[in-house]
Design a protein around this ligand. Structure first.
Ligand code: FAD
Ligand code: FES
Length: 289
């Protein structure tokens, strides 16, 4: 007969091994990034439920009474005591989350999905290109690379927002500029009074850069139209599609490759992605016609 301690341990493993098991977290801090995006710091109420993850992975976030949605982890795995999710108010669940206060509870299950290839990127110059909330998963990777002091090459960020007041993650942008760890370049679609920076699509920022294609990788996240334009521009400038890495979004239900809800051209975005290199995507598209 199994000893009680061993039985308890194996029951505990069975529970924690259940990929659908949500873990309760308490909202410990909320940062207002702009009028529609907030960053939530979540602490696990059972510290043993805290998990390790890599940048690019996501969780299924559940808000009581409002279901679940996939959300990227926007903090770096190098900060281990809590995770951060940066959430744009879009519909039912995210609006409910935006009405919550610090001290209230939400649950997360995960982490899921293929992360950014952090080992393959070592030693390379990294060009991040993001639009709006797309900076959330890239923020995780940027802070990870900064924490790994010297393991990565030069970091450049091209970040596009709708207007100056829509620029999110200002604390991060300021910190990255202040310590010189990231060459931050901003643009807005529509200027406002007092804006002295660039106006135009994020692709216009790429025109100012001299990219060493033999030792650079690009990491993209944003609306599909932005991603398509940036991929074309980078390829035109001679970057190999193997070195262009992007994230893809699809509606999800299970998050773990079982329900087929996120199926696209023969791949499951939740399990085979959400991070893909463009060469792989070209091969998939080529194979499916
Ligand atoms: C891998 C992955 C990672 C993601 N990471 C993030 C992240 O880090 N941060 C983040 O914010 N999102 C992220 N998303 C997107 C997020 O999962 C979706 O926005 C999700 O649908 C939000 O759930 P919801 O119930 O609030 O919105 P839903 O009710 O599901 O609404 C979904 C869509 O309908 C539109 N919509 C809903 N209600 C209205 C309305 N009243 N008027 C006009 N349009 C409306 C929304 O604009 C949205 O496009 C991610 C998605 C994936 C697949
Ligand atoms: S969400 Fe179920 S297979 Fe991807």
């Amino acid at each position: 007969m199994m000893e009680t301690g061993t039985m308890r341990e194996s029951m505990r493993n069975a529970v924690t091994d259940n990929v659908f098991m949500p873990n309760e977290t308490v909202i410990s801090e909320i940062i207002e990034e702009n009028s529609t995006i907030r960053t939530y710091t979540l602490r696990f109420t059972d510290r043993a439920a805290a998990f390790s993850f890599l940048p690019g992975q996501f969780v299924m976030l559940s808000v009581p009474g409002h279901g679940e949605a996939p959300i990227s982890i926007s903090s770096s795995p190098t900060s281990t005591d809590a995770i951060q999710l940066s959430v744009r108010r879009a519909g039912r669940l995210t609006s409910a989350l935006h009405s919550m206060k610090a001290g209230e509870y939400v649950a997360v299950r995960g982490p899921y999905g293929v992360p950014f290839p952090v080992d393959e990127l070592k030693g390379r110059d990294l060009l991040f290109v993001a639009g709006g909330i797309g900076l959330a998963p890239l923020r995780s990777l940027i802070n990870y690379c900064r924490a790994k002091n010297g393991e990565y090459g030069k970091i450049t960020l091209c970040y596009g927002s709708r207007s100056p007041s829509d620029i999110a993650f200002k604390n991060d942008l300021d910190a990255w500029q202040a310590d010189g760890s990231v060459d931050v370049r901003l643009t807005v679609d529509v200027p406002e009074r007092g804006w002295q920076g660039r106006t135009g699509l994020v692709t216009t920022l790429l025109d100012d850069l001299t990219i060493n294609n033999s030792n650079s990788s690009a990491l993209l996240c944003g609306p599909p139209v932005m991603i398509d334009a940036v991929i074309s521009k980078l390829k035109e400038s001679g970057m190999d599609s193997e070195q262009i890495i992007t994230t893809l979004e699809r509606n999800m239900k299970c998050g773990v490759g079982l329900c087929g809800h996120c199926h696209m051209e023969g791949v499951l975005i939740c399990k085979d992605g959400p991070v893909f290199n463009v060469r792989t995507l070209e091969n998939i598209m080529g194979a499916t016609g």
